[in-house]
Design a protein around this ligand. Structure first.
Ligand SMILES: C[S@@+](CC[C@H](N)C(=O)[O-])C[C@H]1O[C@@H](n2cnc3c(N)ncnc32)[C@H](O)[C@@H]1O
Length: 178
C-alpha cells in the first residue's frame, strides 16, 4: 500500500493523485462493461491497474481491453496481468486514434488527470474519444472536481454522480448517440 502511494505521489504531475481510486469508483466507472456481448474497451491512464482488474472481471471472453499508460513506474504491475484480452500500450492517450478505426469502440474509461492538461490538448483528446466511439458508445471519466464544461460541448448526453473516494470523485458518463 505504501509503495503504491509513493508511486502516485512521486509522479503527481503525471498522476494528479496521491493514491489509486476507491473500490466505489472502480465498481461504478465499469458498470457499462457487459459480459453478455463482446466489446472493444479502452482504458486511459491505467496506473496501478485497480480499474483494469475490475474491467477484466466483468469483460466478455471475446472482448478486448487496450490500456494506455505513460508512467514507467506502473508498467511492472500492469505487465503482471496475465489475461489474453488485455493489451498494454505504453504510449500517451494523445495517440489513441493511431490504434483504432473511427466509430469502432464500445467503452472508453479514463482516469486521466484532465484538469492538468492544456485546454487545447484536453479538447483534442475528448474529440478523439468521441470519434472513436460507436453510436451508443460511452466515455466514462472520474475527476476530483465538477467540470461539466469539458464534456458538454463534445458529447451528446452527459450524466454525473458523486462517488466515495479520497478526495470525493465526480464520475462523468458521456454518450455518443448519433
Ligand atoms: C489519477 S491516476 C488514475 C490511475 C488509476 N486508473 C486509478 O483509478 O487510480 C492517472 C493516471 O493517468 C496516467 N497518465 C497521465 N497522463 C497520461 C497520458 N497522457 N497518457 C496515458 N496515461 C497518462 C498517469 O500516469 C496515472 O497512472
Amino acid at each position: 500500500m505504501i509503495s503504491k502511494a509513493l508511486s502516485y505521489i512521486k509522479n503527481i504531475k503525471t498522476t494528479g493523485a496521491i493514491y489509486e481510486s476507491s473500490r466505489f469508483v472502480s465498481r461504478n466507472i465499469t458498470n457499462e462493461i457487459n459480459n453478455h456481448k463482446p466489446q472493444i474497451v479502452i482504458e486511459l491512464g491505467a496506473g496501478s491497474g485497480n480499474i483494469t482488474e475490475r474491467i477484466l472481471s466483468k469483460l466478455h471472453p471475446d472482448s478486448q481491453l487496450f490500456c494506455f499508460e505513460i508512467e514507467p513506474q506502473f508498467y511492472a504491475k500492469l505487465e503482471n496481468i496475465k489475461d489474453s484480452r488485455f493489451h498494454l500500450i505504453k504510449e500517451s492517450a494523445a495517440d489513441v486514434t493511431k490504434y483504432f478505426d473511427l466509430s469502432s469502440v464500445d467503452v472508453i474509461i479514463s482516469g486521466l488527470p484532465l484538469s492538468l492538461f492544456d485546454d487545447s490538448d484536453r479538447r483534442q483528446l475528448l474529440n478523439d474519444c468521441y470519434s472513436l466511439l460507436k453510436k451508443g458508445g460511452v466515455f466514462r471519466q472520474f475527476l476530483y472536481s465538477l467540470q461539466k464544461n469539458y464534456f458538454m460541448p463534445i458529447f451528446d448526453r452527459m450524466e454525473t454522480s458523486l462517488e466515495m473516494n479520497l478526495p470525493p470523485a465526480v464520475l462523468y458518463s458521456c454518450y455518443k448517440l448519433n
